[in-house]
Design a protein around this ligand. Structure first.
Ligand code: ATP
Ligand code: MG
Length: 857
């Protein structure tokens, strides 16, 4: 074992990360290896101390390689995680810069993609990069070992300060949950996260504390500490963390000169100061809360730059005056409830301020207005139901205060100047100001009552669902169903998602419809079958990051939005409420309707295809079926995923299903050519051939199969055509990996391998009996495929006529003629059929006569 560690090794795909490797980088490296199972993951520099200790204990199991052992000329593809700087890759820097090597980069909070890696860069906004990769593994349902899960958890903890840093997100929290469910060992987390300081680190910390100076910037105290140190010490960022803890300062800059460089670490815990701007003064970068730089100059120069540039790091504070909506919409206290409700509906507001002239009188929420209308109070004055307690602020009120107000129950904050209303701040205003996507803003969609009413045969179902929906948080038509309704398709599947127990809803629905239920307890799904074999599929709305419900002790109920966020394309990510009061309301957080009108297929987020590459095949299928097109961005992401090798060796039933579905559609010219254009064909197997010839072969196979009434599924013909150039020994093996059912795989393999042989044997004509002998064992696919390769008369004859010619006599007849059971029976029957096929026999009597003769011989 020990000796092998020093031997040089060759690998085509190598995964690497930066030196001074922290847990997030280390964990991301391990996770990336699950995505590229053939790759060698390597370490190319020193590890942070706690990572080093963890690695030392588990080196054998983790089986990482030393970069120095790699023979770099063998590397064809380099996967880099957690850095966009080639210079941080140590020995592998040259490989990263080599244009002949394909590069794939995964990083987070990285700003611009690096030039050396061009397009194939995945940048995420997660607090830890490990979260991004765990998300991909979770989506692909890839299993990991408890040790890996532990490393992942350490990575997430470290880069998110155990979820306390402002950059930590819900996804980080969920990824951590995933790690624990996959066996991360909690006791190891504590051990490796809180590694005590070494003696040298303690000394440096003391020196830094001694050197701290305080200054004020934009009303915020900023601590700076600059020291020169005789030796290199690891982990200045860790010391910065300790200083922040000890001093509770809002912003900190450390400059430590050692090893002829100045290591700069900046931290900010207040939105007014941008840590990244500070690091940029010294040529570094990071995010607004934490950043770093390595400055190749003297400590004095570094200080001078800092003193001069620090004011640049101040951001203009966000105040109510800057982010409010103005003027604020209001209603008079004597206005009717109905009028107020209409105003809310028209402007998609969840409530409205009540004012006499410019003076604030109260506020009324949409729910209260709804309820008042339901009680017959449409014409009552608003003042009767408004609340007079309204949250207010001034134009100078800072963002943080607004956040506090809006998160403690108030929906809107009135902005007052001298008692006059000058504006209003709601959550949407906050989100807009924070640069969040409009998608997160709560807006009620339009009602699709007419669209639903048009669907005569489904009225019963909608009414029945509405009637039983009361106990459930939400009940919706979802996905393809909504898309097809909006496209005015005539027939479509009816898929219902429930925020709650799908099986319970299905049962109630079946009772009301007089139907029955088939449940899949394991998946928490159910089908309601009613009327003349009509069906409704019911599932529980799924959320991000959870495993299949089967893996969980309880099914997690979640909001429809999160369910929609997991879907493939915007046009499939809409829902329509079926719940009583809300019946017909469209939920369209990703502007799917707009894309439907524009005939565009668009992914919901940049990692969509990486999470699930089968979506590429789905996109092509929708393009083909609906005549839609992927938008440029989506197309680029699809290409990227393929070029990054992330479709890979997908031997899954999911891929099989999607390929089958793609090939099952009617006319598939577009799909076939699109597969090739994107390189998706070769991504599944390097010898698949999706070309013009394939298009015409598929078309012709379909025609002939129809003409001769062969019931061969279209997808099987499609796969045969795509696989036609595979070497015979690879076809069957490939189909097995694709998990194609055995009978189908045998037919396809026979068509590909025997089809061309049939052409050879039959092109110079043959007796009918010979044709049957050759074709029948592989029928129908092989002779049919042979027929599209060469339009040979004997094969037409086979399908038209010969395959239906059977003997009128049987083994029993031969027995009556005195032939005992023996191999002779078969031989004689075969000979009789041969003669009959060749036209020498005609009807039972001639067959019996010939049989007698043969028996006598
Ligand atoms: P079809 O009319 O062919 O059934 P469909 O749009 O209903 O098309 P399904 O395969 O039945 O497609 O899937 C139902 C819904 O589930 C889709 O509309 C989509 O929202 C979602 N979905 C299916 N597969 C994926 C996937 N791989 N990734 C994300 N969402 C998916
Ligand atoms: Mg469907």
């Amino acid at each position: 074992m020990a000796r092998r560690h020093n031997e040089p090794m060759r690998a085509e795909t190598v995964i690497a990360t930066h030196g001074n490797t922290d847990f997030d980088a280390f964990a991301a490296l391990l996770a990336a290896r699950r995505l590229y199972p053939d790759a060698v993951a390597c370490l190319s520099g020193s590890l942070n101390r706690n990572v080093r200790e963890f690695y030392r204990l588990h080196a054998d199991e983790l089986a990482l390689a030393e970069a120095s052992r790699l023979e770099t000329d063998a590397i064809r593809r380099l996967i880099v995680v957690e850095t966009t700087h080639a210079g941080r890759l140590g020995e592998l820097e040259a490989v990263a810069l080599d244009p002949g090597v394909e590069k794939v980069v995964f990083d987070h909070h990285a700003g611009e993609p690096p030039e050396w890696a061009s397009e194939h860069t995945v940048l995420s906004d997660d607090g830890a990069l490990t979260t991004t990769l765990v998300g991909i593994l979770a989506e692909r349902e890839i299993a990991v070992s408890p040790l890996e899960a532990t490393a992942f958890a350490l990575g997430i903890h470290e880069d998110t300060g155990s979820l306390t840093y402002p950059t930590a997100t819900q996804r980080d929290a969920e990824a951590l949950g995933w790690c624990l469910r996959h066996g991360a060992r909690q006791e190891l987390l504590a051990e490796f996260l809180h590694s005590p300081l070494t003696e040298e680190e303690r000394e440096l910390l003391a020196a830094i504390l001694e050197a701290l100076e305080s200054r004020e910037l934009a009303g915020v105290e900023v601590l700076t500490g600059a020291v020169a140190w005789p030796r290199y010490v690891d982990g200045v960022s860790n010391l910065a963390h300790k200083v922040v803890e000890l001093t509770d300062c809002k912003a900190l800059v450390l400059l430590v000169e050692m090893d002829e460089r100045v290591f700069c670490v900046s931290r900010s815990r207040t939105p007014e100061i941008d840590a990244a701007e500070i690091a940029q003064l010294l040529g570094g970068g990071g995010h607004p809360q934490a950043a770093s730089a390595i400055f190749r100059g003297s400590l004095k120069d570094a200080r001078a730059r800092l003193d001069e540039g620090l004011p640049q790091a101040v951001r203009t504070p966000l105040t109510a005056g800057r982010l409010m909506s103005s003027p604020a919409r209001t209603v008079e206290p004597d206005e009717t409830v109905a009028k107020a409700l209409v105003a809310c509906q028209r402007y998609a507001q969840s409530g409205i301020l009540v004012a006499e002239g410019e003076r604030l009188a109260g506020v009324v929420g949409r729910e209260d207005l709804d309820r008042a209308v339901a009680h017959g109070l449409s014409h009552a004055p608003v003042k009767g139901i408004m609340s007079t307690r309204v949250a207010t602020c001034e134009e100078a009120t800072p963002l943080a205060e607004l956040q506090r107000l809006l998160s403690s129950g108030d929906d809107r904050v009135a902005v007052l100047r001298d008692e006059r209303i000058v504006g209003v701040v709601t959550r949407s205003d906050l989100l807009r100001a924070l640069g969040a996507q409009a998608a997160h803003v709560e807006r009620l969609g339009p009602m699709l009552i007419d669209e639903l009413n048009r669907l005569g045969r489904l009225q019963r179902v909608f009414e029945a669902v509405a009637a039983v929906s009361e106990p459930f948080e939400g009940v919706y038509l979802v996905g393809g169903t909504v898309r097809d309704i909006l496209l005015r398709e005539r027939s479509f599947d009816v898929d219902v998602a429930v925020e709650g127990d799908a099986i319970a809803l299905a049962q109630a629905l079946a009772d009301t419809l007089g139907g029955r239920v088939r449940t899949h307890q394991k998946f928490g799904t159910a089908v309601v079958i009613y009327g003349e074999d009509e069906r409704v599929d019911v599932v529980t709305a799924r959320t991000e990051f959870y495993d299949a419900p089967a893996a969980l002790p309880t099914v997690e109920h979640a909001s429809i939005r999160e369910d929609l966020f997991r879907r493939d394309f915007t046009i499939n990510a809409m829902a329509v409420s079926l719940k009583g009061a809300d019946l017909g309301r469209l939920v369209d957080p990703f502007a799917g309707r707009r894309d439907l009108d524009a005939r565009t297929i668009r992914v919901l987020h940049n990692l969509s295809f990486i999470d699930d590459p089968t979506r590429i095949f789905r996109a092509i299928r929708y393009e083909n079926r609906l005549g839609f097109r992927m938008d440029e961005h989506t197309l680029r992401l699809a290409r990227g995923t393929i070029e990054m090798g992330l479709v890979g060796d997908l031997s899954s039933a999911r891929l099989r299903d999607e390929l089958e579905a793609l090939l099952e559609e009617g006319e598939i010219e577009h799909s076939i050519l699109r597969l090739a254009e994107l390189g998706a064909d070769q991504a599944i197997h390097p010898h698949l051939a999706a070309d013009e010839e394939a298009v015409s072969l598929v078309r012709r196979l379909g025609e002939l199969s129809g003409r001769y009434g062969l019931e061969i599924p279209s997808w099987r013909l499609g796969l045969t055509v795509l696989a036609r150039k595979l070497p015979p020994d690879e076809v069957y093996e490939w189909l097995q990996r694709l998990k194609v059912r055995r009978r189908d795989a045998e037919q396809i393999a026979a068509a590909v391998t025997v089809g061309p042989r049939l052409v050879e044997r039959l092109q110079n004509g043959a007796e009918p009996a010979e044709v049957v002998a050759l074709a029948e064992p592989y029928a129908p696919d092989a002779p049919l495929f042979a027929l599209v390769l060469a339009d040979l008369a004997p094969l037409h004859a086979y399908f038209e006529r010969l395959r239906d010619i059977h003997l009128d006599v049987t083994g029993a007849d031969l027995a009556e003629l005195g032939l005992a059971e023996s191999p002779r029976v078969g031989e004689i029957l075969a000979e009789l059929r041969r003669r009959k096929l060749n036209g020498e026999l005609d009807g039972r009597d001639s067959e019996l006569a010939a049989a007698k003769e043969l028996i006598a011989q």
